[in-house]
Ligand binder design. Structure first.
Ligand SMILES: Cc1cc2nc3c(=O)[nH]c(=O)nc-3n(C[C@H](O)[C@H](O)[C@H](O)COP(=O)(O)OP(=O)(O)OC[C@H]3O[C@@H](n4cnc5c(N)ncnc54)[C@H](O)[C@@H]3O)c2cc1C
Ligand code: SF4
Length: 567
């Protein structure tokens, strides 16, 4: 067997992964005085050279369309670097009969370099869903337990929004929101007619200078990465704070393979592949925070087998890999002829929606349990590569005629996307594939996926609502969905909404959960899982603000336990 190179130092804490969960833990633990080593599988990121915020299509090979025009499959070549549906050398597999996709980032900051910055609090009822309708499970913590940490996260990172008192969408500590644009005003008016709640959105973008970061300059290109750090990424906001303490050692290109147990039953080290030298190295620490993104965290635990834990570390309950969920997603778009007549005007704004529809039917009996919110966008945004592909699908012609049609239609479309709650089911989970390994020899995940009737009914309701809103706004709804086939009513495949979570869930009982309410493993007290793997349910809100709140709370607890000598 090849020699394993061991670190001479034992750190207080080793964090695996530098995204939303890991970055938050690094800030809290280092500021609390602990020595922290962070293992990150990807390279460092340099916003000045790596982010394409102000790059024009003509500055990129293929004008940004990618080889074979395929760049749009990964949200285009403009996206912040090292995030993709497929990573060369690091496959995953999908069981026969299942449809699942997994977007991963390998870079300091993880997917917080790429995310849409939609930052929504879960509501009190989201933590108590089983008590409300008998499905799924309740969390071991309540909204009140997490509320102070939502406050801390929002105050630190900066989130814009307005206080609205909507029960399904708790208010937070907000910076002023940007003004609605023309398209948003049309949709708001249509929603008012239909009594659909439509309010300013809540995004982790700063509209005023905040904690040393300059305000957004409304270039509308958040997904490309923000050079001025006016939107939130862990790489630009959490990691620099941890670094400033002088107590963070960040090791990039370090792919954790296994957590190693000591003779005392506690974790004592992480074995990782140093990608640059292709050697195996080992880091020693007194406590471990696993935050590699939900499914990668489950994979690491499942691959850490020992005589005490033959089914994977901290998995005496057998729940690791189970209870996998993603948001229910279905989308559509409308064309609004009145927008063609609007004189040219400044449509600049943040790189996302200025308004959205929180779940508004929470006080009535619906055809399905739980709820969804609606995101929307469109209008005269800076045209991107491939923006006019749709015109060519619907209108015949070429040359000057087609160009004229593109000019007429430019800015007249508004797209709608529903994001709803999936209830965990026994047929949706991940496990270690018995035969496939990645290029580092690490066994990979195999995904199993099935939507239930509840989610399909929700997707149908989304389609009906989009149509109603578009028609109430004077537009024409383009329905490309069908009630049949693998994606009824346009329900996206599992994983496509990139809110996959729940695979190392928390709970009160060690028999039915892997972690306690502080993300601490029931079985091994010095292991914490500080990402969305710990979530018990997947409400209609995008998960990242909650990942940070949960990680902040768990890190303060870890800090306290470390100071008491309990780890
Ligand atoms: C295009 C896009 C849009 C999105 N929009 C939104 C949105 O608007 N709102 C929202 O709430 N969420 C959104 N998300 C989801 C959001 O990005 C994630 O929920 C969030 O980043 C998860 O944080 P994390 O810390 O769990 O994992 P990540 O941010 O994925 O970070 C995990 C890190 O761990 C590293 N890692 C993985 N395995 C290992 C290993 N074995 N060893 C060492 N390091 C490892 C990875 O390289 C990565 O850097 C979006 C995601 C994408 C891609
Ligand atoms: S819209 Fe604002 S936050 Fe987004 S990339 Fe541009 S300046 Fe940064």
């Amino acid at each position: 067997m090849a020699e394993i190179i061991r670190s001479p130092k034992t750190y207080d804490v080793c964090i695996i992964g530098s995204g939303a969960g890991g970055g938050t833990a690094a800030k809290i633990l280092t500021e609390g005085g602990l020595s922290v080593v962070m293992l990150e599988a990807g390279p460092p990121v340099n916003p000045a050279t790596d982010f394409k915020e102000h790059v024009w299509p003509y500055q990129l090979p293929h004008r940004g369309a990618g080889v074979g025009g395929k760049a749009s499959e990964n949200f285009s070549e403009f996206l912040a670097p090292n995030g993709s549906w497929d990573i060369e050398g690091e496959p995953y597999t999908v069981a026969a009969g299942s449809r699942f996709r997994w977007f991963r980032s390998r870079v300091v900051g993880g997917r917080t370099n790429h995310w849409g910055r939609i930052a929504l609090r879960f509501a009190p009822v989201d933590f108590r869903a089983r008590s409300t309708d008998g499905m799924g499970d309740d969390w071991p913590i309540t909204y009140d337990d997490l509320a102070p940490y939502y406050d801390k996260v929002e105050s630190y990172i900066g989130v814009f929004g307005t206080k609205e008192n909507v029960p399904s969408a708790p208010d937070g500590i907000f910076l002023p929101p940007p003004k609605p644009r023309c398209t948003e005003t049309i949709v708001k008016k249509a929603c008012d007619k239909l009594k659909v709640t439509c309010i300013p959105s809540r995004l982790a973008i700063i509209t005023q200078p905040h904690n040393g970061r300059p305000a957004c300059h409304y270039c509308g290109q958040c997904g490309r990465g923000c050079i001025s750090a006016s939107n939130f990424s862990s790489s630009q906001v959490m990691i620099p704070a941890a670094d400033k303490t002088g107590r963070l050692t960040l090791i990039t290109g370090a792919m954790a393979r296994e957590i190693v147990l000591g003779k005392d039953g506690k974790a004592e080290a992480v074995s990782y592949i140093d990608k640059a030298t292709r050697t195996e190295k080992r880091i020693h620490a007194r406590a471990f925070v696993v935050a590699a993104s939900a499914c990668e965290s489950a994979r690491l635990l499942l691959n850490s087998k020992s005589t005490s834990f033959p089914d994977g570390l901290a998995n005496s309950s057998g729940v690791v890999g189970r209870y996998l969920t993603d948001s229910v997603g279905s989308s559509g778009f409308g064309q609004f002829p009145q927008l063609a007549k609007v004189p040219a005007h400044n449509h600049d704004g943040v790189g996302g929606m200025h308004m959205y529809m929180p779940w508004w039917k929470f006080d009535r009996k619906n055809e399905f349990l739980r709820g969804y919110h609606i995101e929307f966008g469109g209008g005269r945004e800076l045209p991107g590569v491939g923006d006019f592909d749709g015109v060519c699908e619907y209108y015949e012609g070429y040359g000057a005629n087609l160009k004229q049609k593109c000019r007429e239609l430019y800015g007249t479309f508004i797209g709608f996307a529903g994001r709803g709650e999936m209830i965990p089911n026994p047929n949706s989970y991940c496990e270690i594939d018995p035969s496939a390994v990645d290029e580092w020899g690490i066994p990979v995940l195999r995904f199993h996926w099935q939507w239930s009737d509840n989610e399909v009914k929700m997707a149908r309701d989304m389609q009906q609502t989009f149509r109603m809103i578009v028609e109430a706004g004077g537009g024409t709804y383009y329905d490309r969905t069908s009630p049949d086939g693998p994606n009824p009513y346009g329900i996206e495949d599992g994983g496509v909404i990139i809110h996959e979570l729940g695979v190392v869930r928390m709970g009160n009982s060690p028999k039915t959960s892997a972690l306690n309410g502080y993300c601490q493993a029931h079985d091994v007290k010095n292991i914490f899982v500080n990402d969305a793997a710990s979530f018990v349910s997947n409400p209609d809100k995008n998960p990242t603000l909650t990942i940070m709140a949960v990680s902040w709370r768990a890190s303060e607890y870890l800090l306290d336990e470390a100071k008491k000598g309990n780890l």
